[in-house]
Write a protein that binds this ligand. Structure first.
Ligand code: DLL
Length: 453
């Protein structure tokens, strides 16, 4: 596949020129927010901002921020900067506890979103006519519809499969021979296992070459496992409904070492999650975005809760956009185990580096006793399923593997984490939606069968 840009001028513009554009757009945004009235206008006024001319990129850190709580407090249409009648679509995330976060789009917002997703697909090597198997969920969730519109803007051929019904997906991949797969990384594993079980692999003619995976955190170790399973290049795409959906940032097939942030539209900052002060480039911080050009529900300095670092510079692909690292976690998904802070992604890295376990895992927080315990549940692969191995030899399913993993987890995290090796198929697979990696065990039966203590 040949890498192309979708909007070469914007994606490869010298940083200085882009800064001028961002400054102008920031002033325009602030003007629109002030004119619209409401929460953000009030906060700007309180910060002494009376017009777009009062703000500059250099003074960004002095401007007020917004958060998910603001969206909830003004649910569903309280943060519009356009008349309600100009909203042509609503998307969002269902969130935990059934509390949805809803976001409104104007016609121009939808067009912008399509272009951002087209940039991501082009950067992955797709172009006009490329068949894209889109297994992100369609609906309120932004994954399916976002990638769908991006594929059409690019002139590619999109197969709107949505999530789930894996057997049907296998048939469609066999018959339509897509080159690009778009879905969550956990579903890529699920699909890879199903394709392998159906005898469809790189060796037997699997057509897939590249995957554009996102909507949930995944590590380099997961990238390696997906690459091995499907024989494809696995690229990361990041986004969130509040900012626009997928297409806020994406990796290019050339370097695949960080995600190009579409900062001509989404100005990126990394802030200290506690103090809210900007952290230096290269230091992990809370990603914070300002939607420079969105119309219906523009957000000033939206604090995402996602932790990643930013890095400026020119990529070998020619893009000059600032890069973000993979998201290492959310500020609220940290587990405190006997006083030690543990992020699920740190555990994923250790587990998935061990090729004798399947890439599906579940972290059980056992809260039944006085001391909170963490148990990493995973499944040993049978010898015939080991990547690159020609079966033979008995696999050590017992104490050896579990003890080795436990020792590596202790080394990496500095705290004891139990390891439960469960029979194949026990750990829940993500059939649709985002993978659930953490389960709490407060009383009664364990959250996964076969777990006993
Ligand atoms: O997940 C948008 C999306 C769809 C992105 C498809 C990429 C592909 P929400 O449902 O609003 O939107 O969830 C947003 O998901 O704040 C992150 O915590 C997480 N997330 C999204 N992409 C990534 C990623 C979509 N590549 C929330 N790596 C965000 C890690 C991600 N986390």
């Amino acid at each position: 596949m040949v890498e192309i840009y979708f909007e070469a001028d914007a994606e490869t513009m010298p940083a200085e020129g882009r800064a001028v554009l961002q400054g102008e757009r920031l002033a325009g945004l602030v003007g629109r927010l002030l004119a619209a009235g409401g929460l953000q206008a009030r906060r700007l006024s309180e910060a002494g901002v009376t017009s777009g001319r009062d703000v500059s990129l250099a003074g960004l850190a002095k401007l007020p921020t917004t958060s998910k709580q603001d969206l909830w407090d003004h649910y569903p249409f309280g943060m519009l900067a356009v008349p309600r009648s100009e909203v042509v679509a609503v998307h969002g995330s269902s969130g935990t506890g059934g509390r949805p976060t809803l976001v409104s789009y104007s016609r121009a917002d939808l067009a912008l979103w399509s272009r951002m997703c087209a940039r991501a697909l082009a950067g992955a090597g797709a172009g006009p006519g490329t068949i894209i198997h889109n297994a992100y969920g369609y609906g309120l969730f932004t994954g399916g519809v976002g990638i769908h519109q991006g594929a059409i803007a690019l002139g590619a051929t999109v197969i709107p499969v949505s999530g789930g019904m894996t057997a049907r997906q296998v048939t469609l991949i066999r018959d339509l021979r897509p080159r690009v797969l778009t879905c969550t990384p956990s579903y890529a594993i699920r699909l890879g296992e199903a394709l392998a079980a159906a005898g469809l692999t790189r060796e037997t003619g699997l057509s897939l070459e590249v995957g554009v995976f996102g909507a949930e955190p995944w590590t380099e170790e997961m990238r390696a496992r997906i690459g091995e399973l499907l024989g494809i290049r696995a690229l990361d795409i990041y986004g969130l409904s509040e900012v626009i959906g997928p297409g806020v940032a994406c990796e290019c097939a050339t370097a695949a070492d960080g995600l190009h942030v579409n900062e001509d539209h989404f100005l990126a900052e990394a802030l200290d999650p506690l103090t809210g002060e900007p952290v230096p480039y290269g230091t992990p911080g809370e990603l914070t975005f300002t939607t420079l050009t969105k119309e219906a529900m523009p957000l000033l300095r939206y604090r995402t809760g996602d932790i990643a670092s930013l890095r400026p510079g020119n990529c070998e692909c020619g893009r000059t956009l600032v890069k973000m690292s993979k998201v290492t976690g959310r500020k609220d998904d940290m587990l405190v185990i006997r006083g030690v802070n543990v992020y699920p992604s740190e555990i994923e890295r250790v587990l998935l580096a061990e090729l004798k376990v399947a890439p599906d895992y579940l972290l059980v927080v056992d809260e039944r006793g006085d001391q909170r315990e963490l148990i990493a549940c995973c499944e040993p692969l049978s010898a015939s399923n080991l990547p690159g191995s020609a079966a033979g030899g008995q696999l050590d399913h017992g104490a050896g593997l579990g003890a080795a993993l436990q020792a590596r987890l202790r080394d990496a995290l500095g705290v004891r984490v139990g390891v439960a090796l469960l029979p194949p198929g026990t750990v829940p697979r993500a059939e649709a939606g985002k993978a659930v990696r953490v389960a709490r065990w407060t009383a009664g039966d364990p959250p996964v069968p076969g777990l006993s203590r």
